[in-house]
Write a protein that binds this ligand. Structure first.
Ligand code: AP5
Length: 216
């Protein structure tokens, strides 16, 4: 089962992926998490992309495609997994084409794309209030999904922080980049891959249940 979660920044891709990966035994592959991890570990890649992430712009297709090649190809060698769940990739028509070529090589395909539709005002509210655990990366929201103890992760006790790219001017830029470069991908896939469009403004549990119902 190979799935793509698609939607603008703040639509809930990471939140849903966290829930679906265990339920369906999928590898959650988030390009944003991979890139942020490289930045945190101060690898060569991390140094190269740090300012791009902070500014809310897109990392180059070549870099992202190389990362994804390893991540997707590695899933097949793990018998406990039934497939992968992509979050934040592909993000340009160029990346979608690169993914097609990679999947052809691996004799794999995308089984379904889930699009989370969320309005602009709600996205801004969600991103401004998001807090993430520095250790286990669990995502919270200051009002919609707060931790039991302010600033502490319920799961591991780690410190919760605001992402650098969740500041107002960067949020604006990310939404613009999504509209200009990422949204057109849907037209690329229409008619070739099953696309399920969901109301991403429903409560978190309701979005999960809707996806689970579709996947049976
Ligand atoms: P990335 O990490 O992929 O960020 P994004 O796509 O902008 O998405 P977010 O992580 O911001 O939001 P999300 O949809 O996962 O929402 P979440 O579940 O957290 O990318 C970051 C950067 O990396 C990019 O800007 C770019 O620089 C680079 N990058 C990444 N991939 C790349 C690529 N392929 N190519 C080039 N560059 C790339 O939820 C948000 C908040 O809302 C949380 O607080 C959550 O608790 C809350 N929430 C979620 N669902 C609900 C709900 N149903 N109701 C109420 N609140 C909710």
């Amino acid at each position: 089962m190979n799935l793509v979660l698609f939607g603008p920044p703040g639509s809930g891709k990471g939140t849903q992926a966290e829930r679906l990966r265990d339920r369906f035994r999928l590898r959650h592959i988030s390009t944003g998490d991979l890139l942020r991890d490289a930045v945190a570990r101060e690898t060569e890649l991390g140094k190269q992309v740090q300012s791009v992430l902070a500014a809310g712009r897109l990392v180059s297709d070549d870099i992202v495609l190389a990362l994804m090649r390893d991540a997707i190809a590695g899933v097949a060698s793990e018998p406990a997994l039934r497939g992968w769940l992509l979050d934040g990739f592909p993000r340009t028509v160029g990346q979608a084409g690169g993914l097609d070529r990679l999947l052809e090589e691996l004799h794999q395909r995308i089984d379904a794309i889930f699009v989370l539709d969320v309005g602009r005002e709600v996205l801004i509210e969600r991103l401004s209030g998001r807090r993430t655990c520095t250790q286990c990366k669990t995502v919270y929201h200051v009002t919609a999904n707060p931790p039991a103890v302010e600033g502490r992760c319920d799961k591991c006790g780690g410190t919760l922080v605001q992402r650098e790219d969740d500041r107002p001017e960067t949020i604006e830029r990310r939404l613009g980049v999504y509209a200009a470069q990422t949204q057109p991908i849907l037209a690329y896939y229409r008619g070739r891959v099953t696309i399920h469009e969901l109301d991403g403004e429903m409560p978190v549990d309701e979005v999960t249940r809707t996806i689970e119902r579709v996947l049976g």
